[in-house]
Ligand binder design. Structure first.
Ligand code: MN
Length: 291
């Protein structure tokens, strides 16, 4: 029995928290963005777009409303001091994991990955990040915790990080990378020249993985409204193929989708983000079913 209104939840699903495996956690935090704020509006725009999606996925052969997806809307992090934001996200993710469920965070700026990872670092051996930027500054605009330093802080918590789709970085980040033996980069240039199908993710096999997707990994024409648009990015199809490979090979414990900053009047980009998340959840469901 469906309610007479379309629920305001990811894919408009009506599953309860208890019966769900995938918990979409909306985190509208954008306090450290250096160019323009607006990622705080990302979660609501993506949820809204997702409500009008076909519930059957022809690629996966799945009815998405049968997978158990529940939406927690939204964490009150906006305008809070950094420490409260961190504590709130960490506690929420910890709770979802201890309930035996998979957190799917919807940002918000990239900073939110740090407290989410802190909550699940015991289960995570490898962090995979799709991003145009390397986010490896030690400090940025006087901050140790920000969208531009987030992966430097992550690198202090987890041994192995693979960054995919990078096409710009500061000299300080480049020098850090040259000295680091635990952060590997697959540059956008290599991906655009080669074939994404040839990428080998066997190094993730049987490893606990945290997957972070900064939407600026995509080429700006596909998704013009992100915190820091960078030309020369990847296609929707390439990003989708990589997400699929990571989820099929590794054991993803937590995922986030960050830095989407919707432009007023545009709907196709929010829909694209919703589609990526829907696919990622579907791939994960099939991965578990096939084990
Ligand atoms: Mn980025």
């Amino acid at each position: 029995m469906h309610s007479p209104t379309v629920p305001f939840s990811f894919l408009a699903t009506e599953n309860s928290y208890e019966e769900s495996r995938y918990i979409v956690l909306c985190v509208p935090y954008d306090s450290t963005e250096s160019w323009a704020s607006g990622t705080r509006f990302g979660p609501a725009a993506v949820i809204e777009a997702s409500r009008y999606m076909d519930i059957y996925d022809i690629e996966l052969g799945l009815f998405m409303d049968k997978l158990g997806i529940y939406t927690l809307f939204e964490l009150p992090v906006l305008g809070k001091p950094e420490s409260s934001m961190m504590e709130l996200i960490e506690a929420s993710v910890r709770r979802i994991i201890s309930d035996g469920k998979m957190p799917v965070l919807l940002g918000g700026e990239h900073t939110i990955s740090l407290p989410a990872l802190m909550a699940c670092k015991d289960e995570v051996e490898h962090v995979v990040v799709l991003d145009a930027h390397s986010d490896l500054y030690d400090e940025y605009e006087g901050r140790k915790v920000s969208h531009a330093t987030v992966l430097r802080r992550v690198s202090e918590l987890v041994k192995d990080i693979t960054l995919i789709g990078v096409r710009t970085m500061g000299i300080e980040e480049k020098e850090f990378l040259e000295e680091s033996d635990n952060v590997k980069v697959i540059y956008a240039e290599e991906l655009l020249r080669g074939n994404v199908e040839d990428l080998n993710f066997n190094f993730l096999r049987d490893k606990g993985v945290y997957l972070s997707v900064d939407l600026d990994v995509l080429d700006p024409p596909q998704i013009p409204c992100v915190g820091n648009p960078e030309p020369g990015g990847l296609s929707y199809r390439s990003v989708l193929r990589m997400i699929r490979k990571v989820i099929e090979v590794g054991n993803v414990r937590c995922m986030d989708f960050v830095e989407f900053s919707p432009c007023p009047g545009m709907r196709s980009d929010a829909y694209l983000v919703a589609r990526l998340i829907q696919k990622a959840i579907g791939y994960h469901f099939l991965h578990l079913r096939n084990q």
